[in-house]
Design a protein around this ligand. Structure first.
Ligand SMILES: [Zn+2]
Length: 121
């Protein structure tokens, strides 16, 4: 996959996620419009307090952040794109095809996800 293709894929994913998030949040009350991105983050923590679809919105936002990170990385450090941010190994191509925003190789990701799960439970 070349850079342009990756950008396209990430951009598409970003739009989809933003849409899903605003959809999920519009079911709440007093939602700031998309013109106020700064307030969205604050609102997310409010939502979390209410436990209103908190899990769903939070995971969508997390994913959106990952996608935006990947886009920024592709733009500014495209030479580093596709390398694990933790161990520096090349991220498996299959993994990048499925998840172009992946920051870590499969091994580091598994360790990371493992630590989150352990914290939660
Ligand atoms: Zn790694």
């Amino acid at each position: 996959m070349n850079k342009a293709e990756l950008m396209l894929k990430l951009e598409k994913e970003r739009r989809k996620l933003a849409e899903l998030i605003s959809l999920a949040e519009s079911k709440g009350e007093d939602v700031p419009g998309p013109d106020h991105p700064d307030h969205l983050a604050e609102h997310a923590s409010e939502l979390a307090h209410k436990e209103y679809k908190a899990g769903e919105v939070a995971s969508l936002k997390y994913l959106l952040k990952e996608v935006e990170h990947a886009l920024a990385k592709l733009e500014t450090h495209s030479d580093k794109f596709g390398y694990c941010e933790k161990c520096g190994q090349i991220i498996e191509e299959e993994r990048l095809n499925a998840k172009p925003w992946a920051r870590y190789c499969l091994r580091c990701r598994k360790n990371y996800e493992g630590s989150i799960t352990r914290r939660k439970k």
